[in-house]
Design a protein around this ligand. Sequence first.
Ligand SMILES: *[C@@H]1O[C@H](CO)[C@@H](O)[C@H](O)[C@H]1NC(C)=O
Ligand SMILES: *[C@@H]1O[C@H](CO)[C@@H](O)[C@H](O)[C@H]1NC(C)=O
Ligand SMILES: *[C@@H]1O[C@H](CO)[C@@H](O)[C@H](O)[C@H]1NC(C)=O
Length: 431
Amino acid sequence: MEAVNMRLLVLIPFLVIVPAVTANIGDFDEVWQTRAEEARKAALQAYNPHPEKVTDNFNKKVHKSTNHTRRNLSKFSGPCMATNPIDRCWRCRSDWASNRMKLADCVLGFGQQTTGGKGGKIYVVTDLSDNDMVNPKPGTLRHAVIQEEPLWIIFAHSMAIRLNEELIMTSNKTIDARGANVHIANGAGLTLQFVHNIIIHGLHIHDIKVGNGGLIRDSASHYGFRTRSDGDGISIFGATNIWIDHISMSNCADGLIDAIMASTAITISNCHFTHHNEVMLFGASDSFSGDAIMQITVTFNHFGQGLTQRMPRCRWGFFHVVNNDYTHWLMYAIGGSQHPTILSQGNRFIAPPDINCKEVTKRDYSPESVWKSWTWRSQGDLMMNGAFFVKSGDPNFDFSNKYVIRAKPGTFVTRLTRFSGALSCREGMPC
Ligand SMILES: *[C@@H]1O[C@H](CO)[C@@H](O)[C@H](O)[C@H]1NC(C)=O
Ligand SMILES: *[C@@H]1O[C@H](CO)[C@@H](O)[C@H](O)[C@H]1NC(C)=O
Ligand SMILES: *[C@@H]1O[C@H](CO)[C@@H](O)[C@H](O)[C@H]1NC(C)=O
């Protein structure tokens, strides 16, 4: 998607720069213009001027939960072993299925305000078909995600959904696949464009293809013309307060997860990624400074077999990459351009055998004289098999008064990420 979507930045009458005719909106009509403007306001509001409070709070929670599990290990010898603070918040409760919205209390990191469809009705998806893009059939996932009101969307049974075109979600929704084995595969992916407050939990998303475009409904009251979709697994575009948790993803035509065009307040946690080249792109343009408000937490994920690069690839914003397990990569793990701030803490990096690919980091389009001032810090990371992280920026950043709480060190990562990916949960039992 890089560059392609950036070709048209237009000045609309009220003198705000918004992306237009981009990200597959074929007709940037009044409805989309209003959404873009509201999304921009939501993003500015969600932006946290004190990111260190979020990262410190996160690290504190991890310490607390791991201290706790160690002392009370016997408590977790049953079917449930929640090994990190997000999971501990809900997984060991046998009533998770009758109290699904409790999940919304569990998010940590920059997406911590996300509540998704909490407080709304439960919508049960019963129909795996996806045949009518303009008037989706009740009972389908597409019908669920276009409704105006907050909804907590669950699945009546296991199913494999092949989306005919990108699934355009509306705000205040949770997709919660717990209790079913739900695959979104072999068709188009999920689009979160100019929306807010979305939780996506427990899906398998793989083998996503480019969508042809055409007329697609994007809310109960509006549909419009879309150009081809890129084939991202999850495309986050100008969206705010997003939490993606326990998703298994592989092999998509474009990125697995892309967050672009001033998207912010995002947490990506407990996911298992495999078999993909360009894994995650945060910011698609070196010339779009609107991405400076991006704040994203990437945590407890397992970056597994067959991944090549971009875990993530960052621009402009602030990225807390903490307590992830990187067991394979073919080129590099974390990269970027345009002076993003990258706080890498308590990850485990196992370098590949190739002697030329031991470096965790990669900087694009800038000589060292420029990138040496970018804040890329590594603290508590566990480096294995020759992995090394090239730090840059203020060497005192790690020890400043602001960032006081050390992360749980990388030696704990196998435990913290042990249950990454979609879980199989059964009703009436801890998950
Ligand atoms: C966790 O335990 C360590 C060592 O026992 C202690 O120093 C630290 O303060 C504890 N952290 C929390 C949040 O309880
Ligand atoms: C550990 O478990 C015991 C017994 O269930 C409980 O009394 C105690 O409060 C627990 N400790 C912590 C730190 O939660
Ligand atoms: C989402 O929910 C919030 C809180 O109830 C509300 O303020 C907002 O208008 C909702 N968004 C949309 C697009 O309906």
